[in-house]
Design a binder for this molecule. Structure first.
Ligand code: ZN
Length: 263
């Protein structure tokens, strides 16, 4: 009988470098390791924090990705795309991310988001790297640009689309990221997809400190952290009626496959 703590998970998307963790990051990482979540993929969000993202690799052995996140479009400048190439030249990043489009927040400029998204898809193609894409209310548009730029696949983070959209991402070489959103009994579509999509298409993620699982939703809303991947995975295993080890092994393998890494 395998103890749950012996199962090894990969959190395929967490912002361990976020300011929310500045005061107790070592403790957060220790709790994560104790829960069996000892591998993390940390995508950057702005050029200003590339060094902090890189430090997650030096300090904790996290896998890192560099990119300009769509919700910070107002901060991005064209010279940051040059900085992005310089970071990728170092050969430390496994993907370009977090990039994408967010059409949920009305204050964001769609044109600027598309400008930086396309520029970064071109960079991902130039470097032959997978991408980690943010797709909130923008799945069809993201799919359109992925087809246009023909990148090598990656992860559709926080997937919340239809079965048809899921199939299109899968066809383009993507896995779909599932996390805290599936722990809400009201999230029927996400739960149904998490239950019925092929296991080879799923990766586990927390998006910590965001996308709280139901038990942290509050009020007050509590900080999410990578250790929560364990109870999220337990809920997904239950939904799919498979054992936790099978889920952990498959999702870790899927993460390795789409990100082309060996961790
Ligand atoms: Zn994120």
């Amino acid at each position: 009988m395998i103890m749950e703590s012996e199962i090894s998970f990969i959190d395929s998307h967490c912002h361990l470098d976020a300011p929310e963790f500045d005061l107790d990051r070592d403790d957060v990482v220790a709790r994560s390791r104790a829960a069996g979540v000892a591998r993390w993929v940390v995508p950057a969000v702005t050029a200003a924090t590339f060094a902090k993202t890189a430090a997650m690799q030096q300090q904790y052995g996290a896998e890192i990705a560099f990119g300009l996140h769509p919700i910070y479009e107002a901060q991005h400048r064209d010279e940051h795309l040059v900085r992005l190439r310089q970071q990728l030249d170092l050969g430390l990043a496994i993907a370009v991310g977090e990039i994408g489009l967010d059409f949920y927040l009305p204050e964001l400029s769609a044109d600027r988001q598309i400008h930086f998204f396309e520029a970064q898809l071109k960079i991902a193609r130039d470097y032959d790297l997978p991408v980690i894409v943010h797709i909130r209310r923008s799945q069809d548009q993201v799919l359109k640009y992925l087809r246009k730029w023909q990148v090598r696949g990656g992860i559709a983070h926080a997937f919340n689309g239809s079965e048809q959209q899921a199939e299109q991402f899968i066809k383009l070489g993507f896995c779909l990221g599932f996390g805290g959103a599936l722990t809400y009994s009201g999230s029927q579509r996400i739960r149904r997809l998490a239950q019925t999509l092929p296991l080879e298409a799923l990766v586990l993620e927390t998006d910590a400190p965001d996308i709280q699982p139901s038990w942290l939703a509050g009020p007050p809303k509590l900080r999410n952290e990578p250790a929560e991947l364990l109870p999220i995975a337990q809920e997904l295993a239950q939904l799919r009626n498979i054992d936790l080890t099978t889920l952990a092994v498959s999702c870790a393998e899927n993460t390795r496959r789409v990100l082309n890494i060996n961790i």
